[in-house]
Design a protein around this ligand. Structure first.
Ligand code: NDP
Length: 307
């Protein structure tokens, strides 16, 4: 079992931009912080600030009751942790894995950890490395509530907001994926919009104030439509899907007139036209959510139920 000292200490495995930010915030909060990275050379700055650099991951995890892992993906997590020496050192201790990957990988990693007597919390960081240690950082967790409460005092040293989403271990990764789905489709739309605007002689800087305006329309829409989406009410009273499809077609035509690939918008218009073809032309755009959910590929319904 970890000693009392270990409980007020933390280990960080992975010193990419995010791992370094996490370790820096723990140091700023006065915790005894042990760090390790696969490739040496990323720890000197942290050591200057008081971190202990461990020569091996097994020595790193043995130094603390809680190990925070933050590397590229779960293949990297496995490469570090699934060696006998590391798994043995982690036995009786806790891992909070803040690495991003899929809900399936989170569940699989949790099963491995349980089989090796390791307490396991999965987590996701929803804000950039620059927010760590500030009130703007957003951290999501899933896994055993007792473990979360036990380690919350250490995690609180990161500042920001911390939310435990429940005991179903895949939930943090599931939220992460859903939120990144919004982010990357929006960024793809922005990149495409800049290409089309540029072809029409408009610079990114000229578009920016209006792009901000369009962006600010979205948050209230997310709130207003959440109840509708959950209850299956896809009212299109103010903005029917026929109107959305027409607007999308204009974007496709303008892009292609400039020789710009419109594949992403064609896919979106295709979804809208599918809904219209199924008799939902008077509904709102979110009807496509129900159509996407209804038309899963055979044998792929892996819906999770929260416990
Ligand atoms: P990266 O995602 O680039 O991860 C770099 C880290 O992963 C380094 O420590 C690197 O070690 C390690 N790594 C990669 N492959 C392996 C491997 N096979 N074995 C061991 N270690 C490996 O950098 P970040 O720090 O930015 O991100 C870490 C995690 O945080 C990611 O999952 C990311 O999605 C998430 N995240 C990052 C944000 C950010 O702003 N940076 C924001 C929100 C989430 P080495 O130095 O030896 O290559």
């Amino acid at each position: 079992m970890p000693s009392h000292t270990e409980e007020s200490a933390v280990t960080v495995l992975g010193l990419g931009p995010m791992g370094r930010a996490l370790a820096g915030a723990f140091l700023d909060a006065g915790l005894r912080t042990t760090v390790w990275n696969r490739t040496p050379g990323k720890e000197p700055e942290l050591v200057k600030r008081g971190a202990v650099a461990a020569p091996t991951p097994e020595e790193a995890v043995a130094a603390s009751g809680l190990t925070v892992v933050c590397v590229l993906n779960y293949d990297a997590v496995d490469a570090i942790t699934r060696r006998d020496a590391v798994a043995g050192a982690l036995n009786g201790r806790t891992v909070a894995n803040l690495t991003a990957d899929t809900p399936g990988r989170a569940r699989e990693t949790a099963a491995w950890a349980t089989g090796h007597g390791i307490g396991y919390l999965d987590g996701a960081i929803m804000t950039p490395a620059t927010t760590i240690g500030t009130p703007d950082g957003v951290f999501l967790y899933s896994g055993p509530e007792r473990l979360y409460l036990d380690h919350r005092p250490v995690l609180d040293a990161l500042n920001g907001s911390h939310t435990h989403l429940g005991t179903e271990i895949g939930q943090a990764a599931a939220y992460d994926i859903a939120l990144l789905d919004i982010f990357w489709t929006a960024m793809t739309g922005y990149a495409h919009a800049l290409a089309v605007a540029n072809a029409e002689g408009i610079t990114a800087k000229e578009l920016a104030p209006f792009a901000k305006g369009i962006g600010s329309i979205l948050p209230p829409i997310f709130e207003q439509l959440a109840d509708d989406a959950d209850s299956g009410n896809f009212s299109g009273e103010d903005n029917p899907i026929t109107s959305a499809a027409s607007s999308m077609a204009h974007i496709v035509h303008t892009s292609e007139a400039h020789g710009i690939d419109a594949g992403v918008m064609r896919a979106a218009e295709g979804l809208a036209r599918r809904a219209i073809g199924q008799g939902h032309g008077a509904d709102g755009f979110l009807r496509v959510t129900e159509i996407l959910a209804r038309h899963r590929l055979p044998g792929t319904d892996t819906r999770q139920r929260r416990r």
